[in-house]
Design a protein around this ligand. Sequence first.
Ligand code: SAM
Length: 232
Amino acid sequence: MIVDVITIFPGMFTPVIDESIIKRARAKGLLKINLHDLRSFTDDPHKKIDAPAYGGGGMVFKPEPVFNAVEKILGYKAYPKAKTDKNKRIVLLSPQGKRLNQQLLKKFLCYERLILIAPRYEGVDERVVKHLVDEEISIGDYVLSGAELAAMVLIDSIARLIPGVVSDRDSIKNESFEGNLLDYPAYTRPEDFRGLKVPEILLSGNHAGIEKWRKEKAREATKKKRPDLLKT
Ligand code: SAM
């Protein structure tokens, strides 16, 4: 998968994409991330990418550099719509978007290329929202100062679902939100920590018994922490 990020702070992304799972996914050629500095797509001689909102308010990303950046990536004019490309998805990170969850992430896996627009300030000119973007995505009902962290959340959570990125596929299958249950509790060494013991069953070697215990505990945890999931 290719992910293009349009941002005024490409430097915020590099520490994250150069570590751990995302780094490995890139090294294996399973994920390519292109960071595009929005300022290099403006026609403004002073490289200004924002302007005050008409009618009053804060600064807003202008439509021209955003359209320019997306069209450069696409390789064709996006408005008036010249083509539709089912393999690409243009996503705007926005608190007004659809709330991200595991099901939505899986839909994104179908695309070969995601173009993420990551605004700051008061957001982006509404013409971008209406005429350029395929989908608006929110990472939760709260407001961040900018979309960079939201874009990184999206990249990280998609990366681990790309086949071949996480070596133990089973660990993903059993994760929280894969079904309607949270993950089961995990224990590791030592067997006895200050008198707190690991449940006997996990040390028994009885795989069927362990499986049954884990299912029960996952159900208990879900009932206690996220009863809403059991209704779905
Ligand atoms: N004025 C906007 C509003 O109330 O809807 C919020 C602007 S916010 C300060 C700046 C940018 O951060 C937003 O345009 C959006 O791109 C990003 N952002 C903030 N919260 C977000 C969230 N929960 N999910 C995704 N992006 C978010």
